[in-house]
Design a protein around this ligand. Structure first.
Ligand SMILES: CC(C)(COP(=O)(O)OP(=O)(O)OC[C@H]1O[C@@H](n2cnc3c(N)ncnc32)[C@H](O)[C@@H]1OP(=O)(O)O)[C@@H](O)C(=O)NCCC(=O)NCCS
Length: 184
């Protein structure tokens, strides 16, 4: 499992003791409101246990990292790069920084910079894409500032709280990421 080290955080493998940090937010409705509809359902301890065990035993494809403070190793969040075997060299990503006081501190930008360097320089991927709620302005601002483009709108894609919500499909290509890294 790769270990990606940045100035303030590192992306490391899951450990058994991350279970309680994950449980602390997994049924928080504010956090869930930004994430996939899977989180609209109550997540039991057994469900979280199965997920963590699957990650620990490499039973889920792709790369799943804990975002942690580089010095103290404090859990800050999670980021996934979901690769497949298909020949188009793509992966999707997902990120969560669950605690409100950790947001807006630059952790998300640093985590995604490490992840995109890994995706394009080490895995040699061609494209990284994601889906985001059209109303999630902070996340969209972050993705655009990292070079993601809005490739499409999934209109009225998720039914939540009595309304159908639009999702944006966003993506960044390897050459776009490398060009941006050269310019900064
Ligand atoms: C979205 C999320 C990953 C961003 O991570 P973060 O650590 O809070 O963001 P950063 O501090 O690295 O900010 C990076 C950029 O994001 C944008 N941003 C962050 N917070 C913002 C806010 N409240 N309003 C508008 N833009 C914001 C800005 O462009 C910012 O760049 P700047 O600092 O140069 O202005 C994080 O807030 C989060 O996990 N939120 C809840 C779950 C979620 O929305 N996940 C994404 C699902 S697609």
């Amino acid at each position: 499992m790769p270990h990606l080290i940045g100035p303030r955080i590192h992306l490391r493998e899951y450990r058994e003791d991350d279970f309680s940090a994950i449980r602390s937010w997994i049924n928080d409705p504010e956090v869930a409101s930004h994430l996939s509809p899977i989180f609209d359902r109550v997540q039991t301890e057994a469900m979280t246990r199965t997920y963590v065990d699957d990650v620990l035993h490499n039973r889920i494809p792709g790369h799943r990292f804990i975002v942690a403070d580089r010095d103290s190793d404090r859990y800050i969040g999670q980021v996934d790069l979901r690769t497949t075997d298909d020949p188009s060299h793509q992966a999707s990503l997902a990120i969560v920084i669950p605690r409100r006081e950790d947001r807006g501190q630059g952790y998300g930008r640093e985590a995604l910079t490490l992840l995109l360097d890994f995706a394009f320089d080490r895995l040699n991927l061609h494209k990284v894409w994601l889906e985001v709620f059209a109303a999630n302005a902070p996340a969209i601002a972050l993705y655009e500032s990292l070079g993601f483009s809005r490739d499409g709108v999934l209109r009225e894609d998720v039914y939540r709280d009595g309304r159908y919500l639009d999702m944006y499909l966003m993506a960044v290509l390897a050459r776009e990421w490398r060009g941006r890294r050269r310019d900064t």
